[in-house]
Write a protein that binds this ligand. Structure first.
Ligand SMILES: [Zn+2]
Length: 160
C-alpha cells in the first residue's frame, strides 16, 4: 500500500523526536552530529539510494529548527548559537547572522569589479590595507577580504 516516501515521517515529526529539552533551556540534539558537533537530519526526500535526489545531503538540525519555528533564513545568513552550544536546536537560542563581509560594509554597498581589482593591484605593489583604504575609500577590512581571496572566511575569534 504505502510507498517508501509515504512511509517517511514529516520533517517536523522526525525533528521533534530527536530533541532533549534541558533545564538550562537548551534543546539538545540526540540524533546524529556532524564533525563540528552540529545536529544533522535527513532531508524530506530522504538520503541515499531510496532518496528522490541521490545527492541529497543531511540538513543541519539548528537551521531546520529555525525554519520550522521562526521562519525562512535570510539568503546567505548563517545561524549563530546565542548559547554557544552547537548541538542546541532551541529556536530561541538561534539568531541569523549576515555574512561577515556584509557586516563590514555596513551598508548594501557593492564595490565595482574595477575597484576590487584596483585593491588587488595596490596590494601586489606592497601597499598596506590602510593605504588602500585611503586611496579607494573601501574599508580596510573589506579590502582584506578582496586581497586574501574571495572565498576565504574571516576568522571570527575575538568578535564576541
Ligand atoms: Zn541553547
Amino acid at each position: 500500500m504505502s510507498s517508501k516516501l509515504q512511509r517517511r515521517e514529516p520533517l517536523q515529526k522526525r525533528f521533534e523526536k530527536k530533541i532533549r529539552k534541558d533545564p538550562s533551556g537548551c534543546w539538545f540534539w540526540i540524533g546524529a552530529l556532524n564533525g563540528a558537533d552540529y545536529g544533522i537530519i535527513a532531508p524530506p526526500g530522504g538520503l541515499g539510494k531510496t532518496a528522490i535526489n541521490k545527492h541529497a545531503r543531511p540538513l543541519l538540525a539548528h537551521r531546520v529548527s529555525y525554519e520550522l519555528y521562526v521562519g525562512s533564513i535570510p539568503t546567505g545568513c548563517y545561524i549563530d548559537h546565542l548559547c554557544r552550544q552547537p548541538s542546541c536546536v532551541n529556536p530561541q537560542h538561534l539568531e541569523p547572522v549576515p555574512p561577515v563581509q556584509n557586516c563590514l560594509r555596513g551598508s548594501r554597498t557593492k564595490w565595482s569589479d574595477t575597484k576590487v581589482s584596483e585593491c588587488r593591484r595596490f596590494r601586489t605593489e606592497g601597499r598596506t590595507l590602510f593605504e588602500i583604504q585611503d586611496i579607494t575609500g573601501i574599508p580596510h577590512q573589506t579590502v582584506w577580504t578582496y586581497v586574501s581571496g574571495s572565498r576565504r572566511r574571516i576568522p571570527l575569534a575575538g568578535v564576541r
